[in-house]
Ligand binder design. Structure first.
Ligand code: NAD
Ligand code: MG
Length: 379
């Protein structure tokens, strides 16, 4: 029986990971969350993990009291989260934490020789080089959960080395597709949170509206599949049925299709290379009827070209654009900046971050901090 640990178990990906675990009868060894005590308590009572950790200290104390009658050992604080990522009985750690907060837990789990099912794209965006090196040194698997990257990974099964020519990374276009900058000036948080096809956490939903999400995914794809950024084409596909495609040297294009439901990519990361029944609704092409493909509007949605430039220039630039965006999204959700300022902040961080070629984890965290501080100046 598969043994898993879920980091970010109370979130959108975390709860869907538990759906998959419930269906397949996986043993859930450990759970980690930010602060949602009520839901984490329910999860502990249902899945009876050996250990649980909560990032927020006050929430952690409350949880400890709430589940004192169970056998689950509760720890709390930032360090406890990183520790638990490494010290658990699981063979696969699902990382569904949001933001750069997922980077150190990923590294800790890899160093503890756990396979990683990775939803936390910010891990690879900020620490791609470090994570890949650690994966290689520890001989563990890195399995993508992000739907586009899972699609690409699925399309590449059985592909001979050197046969991949390019990646077609699909994007829904988000709620503001087709809008002009003028129309975007005064959009509200509620409008930005209304994604046409996917139900997700708040941060990634805003990232989808600004196309930052697609920029982060381009960077994620460069690291996961060892491709040049120029060999990735972003294709706006409003229906979110084709989750991405690959083009081979001979011109053959292979795509992965399905209804938009994260439980399939989550499950595939856990059953790989096997496949089994899935809870997601099955695809009915007659219902879909037709599919459309368009170019992204990079003059309006500037986060996407900023991310492409960041990975092309490399070094700490991807960490800078990511950190700036994390703070910008927080400020936007709090109503302290406008929607278009997210792009301004990301662009400013890209320019502000000096070029470097050699860097450590501490340098990444420093670049992240500097970018967040820069974002605060835009209030
Ligand atoms: P979410 O906000 O719904 O959930 C985030 C989870 O992480 C919660 O359990 C929260 O408590 C926990 N958390 C937050 N900060 C933490 C910290 N510092 N330490 C420990 N736990 C912390 O987010 P989500 O939509 O589930 O997304 C999670 C990750 O997966 C993101 O990186 C996102 O980009 C990626 N992703 C999500 C989807 C999706 O459909 N939701 C799809 C693809 C990729
Ligand atoms: Mg995605």
């Amino acid at each position: 029986m598969k043994k898993i640990a879920i980091l970010g178990s109370t979130g959108s990906i975390g709860t869907q990971s538990l759906d998959v675990a419930r269906k397949h009868g996986y043993e859930v060894c450990s759970l980690v969350a930010g602060s949602n005590v009520k839901l984490l308590e329910e999860q502990i009572r249902e899945f009876k993990p050996k250990t649980a950790a909560v990032m927020d200290k006050a929430a952690g104390k409350a949880l400890k009291t709430a589940v004192a009658d169970t056998d689950t050992v509760v720890t709390f604080g930032r360090e406890a989260v990183v520790e638990l990522a490494a010290e658990n009985d699981a063979d696969t750690v699902i990382n569904a934490i949001v933001g750069i907060a997922g980077l150190q837990p990923t590294l800790a789990a890899v160093e503890a020789k756990k396979d990683i099912a990775l939803a936390n794209k910010e891990t690879l965006v900020t620490g791609g080089e470090l994570v890949k090196k650690a994966i290689k040194e520890n001989g563990v698997k890195l399995l993508p959960v992000d739907s586009e990257h899972s699609a690409i990974f699925q399309c590449l099964q059985g592909a001979p080395e050197g046969s991949l020519k390019s990646i077609l990374l699909t994007a829904s276009g988000g709620p503001f597709f087709g809008k002009t900058r003028d129309e975007l000036k005064n959009v509200t948080v509620a409008q930005a949170l209304k994604h046409p096809n996917w139900s997700m956490g708040a941060k990634i939903t805003i990232d989808s509206a600004s196309l930052m999400n697609k920029g982060l995914e381009v960077i994620e794809a460069v690291h996961l599949f060892d491709v040049d950024v120029d060999d990735i084409t972003v294709v706006v596909h409003r229906q979110s049925i084709i989750h991405s495609a690959v083009e081979f040297r001979d011109g053959a294009v292979i795509a992965q299709l399905g209804t938009p439901d994260m439980r399939l990519p989550i499950q595939y990361a856990l059953t790989y290379p096997e496949r089994s029944d899935c809870q997601a609704e099955r695809l009915d092409l007659f219902k879909v009827g037709s599919m459309t493909f368009e170019k992204p509007d990079t003059d309006t949605f500037r986060c996407l070209p900023a991310c492409i430039k960041a990975i092309r220039e490399g070094g700490l630039k991807p960490a800078a654009v990511n950190g700036a965006n994390e703070m910008a999204v927080k400020l936007f959700l709090e109503g302290r900046i406008g929607f278009l300022q997210i792009g301004d902040i990301v662009e400013a961080a890209l320019e502000h971050q000096p070029k470097v070629s050699d860097f450590t984890l501490d340098d990444i965290l420093e670049a992240d901090k500097a970018a967040r501080n820069l974002a605060l100046k835009f209030i």
